[in-house]
Design a protein around this ligand. Structure first.
Ligand SMILES: NC(=O)CCC(=O)C(=O)O
Length: 265
């Protein structure tokens, strides 16, 4: 299975519509991959709070239309990162990630559960999602579990994803450079404890005065880093073997030894 993580530079001097077209073209260039992943809130910028309301869009808005078409053109599963979703005319905003099937149809969406900002920024402006989301990918025959940025700090969410069958944990993010060491460490921790692949895709550049860490990373179920991006815009392509997840879980059955917090039989 081939995955490509597109670490997008969210440049403040680029119009949202221009970035959308540029990113859609980049997705179309990934034909041959099975799964393409984009970062969190790349159309507007994860820290550009002042622009959230202006660029909020529904699930069938401009980002979904343009990126769905790109997924169809490239015939890839596309985790299109997240958008600022406005669910209804006067409804709340959500930080919502979109998963498109290779036919370009929206297959699943995930509303970020843990909002960042400690009662400010995203945490004040957006409503929280409350559903764990997984999706079975035809073709690679594997199940992905979705999470967004700050979610990475909450291992209980990843336990629930594992219990729901996730073998690849796909995390879109806009993670600041200031806490870059946490990003790398937590991505590996989530892979080791979940005995799953982690595909964590962040943004590059600086927007709203917040320098982004970049360093998108793919970690295998044993915790080895298979590929890691630098800090600039980059396409990180990696070949994975999804069958390694069940092999790792069978050979070192730590998940089987769980005692606390197990799902009810
Ligand atoms: N956009 C985010 O969720 C940022 C998270 C973050 O900066 C952190 O967890 O640290």
């Amino acid at each position: 299975m081939r995955a490509s993580l597109l670490q997008i530079d969210v440049r403040p001097d680029e119009q949202v519509a221009d970035r959308r077209s540029r990113v859609a073209a980049l997705v179309r260039e990934q034909a041959g991959a099975d799964l393409v992943v984009l970062p969190e809130l790349w159309p507007v910028g994860a820290f550009a709070y002042q622009d959230f309301a202006t660029y909020a869009e529904p699930l069938d808005g401009p980002t979904a239309r343009e990126l769905g078409a790109a997924a169809r053109a490239a015939r890839v599963w596309l985790h299109a990162g997240s958008i600022v979703e406005r669910s209804a005319a006067d409804g709340p905003l959500y930080n919502t990630s979109l998963l498109f099937a290779p036919d370009g149809q929206l297959h699943r969406f995930y509303r970020k559960i843990h909002r960042f900002g400690f009662d400010q920024g995203e945490a004040a402006m957006m409503a929280a999602g409350d559903e764990i989301v997984t999706a079975r990918l035809s073709g690679p025959q594997t199940t992905i579990g979705l999470a967004t940025c700050y979610d990475l700090r909450f291992p209980e969410q990843f336990r629930l994803l594992v219990d729901a069958g996730a073998q690849l944990l796909v995390i879109c993010a806009g993670w600041p450079e200031r806490r870059g060491a946490h990003w790398s460490l937590l991505a590996r921790a989530r892979a080791v404890e979940s005995q799953a692949y982690v595909l964590a895709c962040g943004t590059a550049g600086t927007h709203a005065g917040v320098q982004q860490a970049g360093r998108s990373v793919v970690v295998d179920p044993w915790g080895e880093v298979l590929a890691e991006a630098g800090t600039g815009e980059e396409v990180l392509t990696v070949d994975l073997d999804p069958s390694r997840v069940e092999k790792t879980r069978a050979e070192f059955p730590a998940l089987r030894d769980r005692v606390l917090g197990l799902p009810k039989p």
